[in-house]
Design a protein around this ligand. Structure first.
Ligand code: FES
Ligand code: FES
Length: 171
């Protein structure tokens, strides 16, 4: 079987790979690109452990093909931190002890980031709804929801500070 050559962008970097036509994006990320943050929990779209974004939309990487990523923008949990600086979501997950075994955590972080990108001021209900596709078998959901709420506050604070700084520069 011949391979499919794909040119795409992963976490902001131009990336090329050759994959089998039926290979999932999850397998491409983990086995070909060495990005093992996305996890295989179920392989059937039920647990969200494999969550990534494609062109800004949240997807289960176990349900889409690597061959479909030509020209797309893929973001994974590895792209969340800014160099050595953790994203507020990562900080708050640690602060609120919102993880135990950690298998579900990359998926929750990616899903929560997708939420905060489109709505940095979500209600608790909106957070729970946005994370409804992610399952955790050990931590329980309250700590995760509280961590996302705290991260949202931090993101808004950072956005406000950045706006203020750019206003000062323009003067
Ligand atoms: S591994 Fe993809 S949804 Fe569970
Ligand atoms: S921390 Fe173990 S599955 Fe969520």
């Amino acid at each position: 079987m011949s391979g499919v050559h794909v040119s795409t962008t992963v976490n902001g970097d131009a990336t090329e790979y050759v994959c089998h036509p039926g290979e999932t994006l999850l397998d491409v990320l983990r086995n070909r690109l060495g990005l093992t943050g996305a996890k295989e929990g179920c392989g059937t779209g039920d647990c969200g452990a494999c969550s990534v974004t494609v062109d800004g939309s949240l997807v289960c990487s176990c349900l889409v093909l690597g061959a479909e990523m030509e020209g797309r923008e893929v973001n994974t949990v590895e792209g969340l931190a800014d160099g050595g600086t953790l994203h507020p979501l990562q900080d708050k997950f640690i602060e609120h002890a919102a993880l135990q075994c950690g298998i579900c955590t990359p998926g929750f972080l990616v899903a929560a980031k997708a939420l905060l990108d489109r709505n940095p001021d979500p209600t608790e209900q909106e957070i729970r709804y946005a994370l409804a596709g992610n399952l955790c078998r050990c931590t329980g959901y309250d700590k995760i929801v509280h961590a996302v709420d705290a991260a949202a506050k931090e993101v808004r604070k950072q956005q406000k500070a950045a706006k203020k700084a750019s206003g000062k520069k323009r003067r």
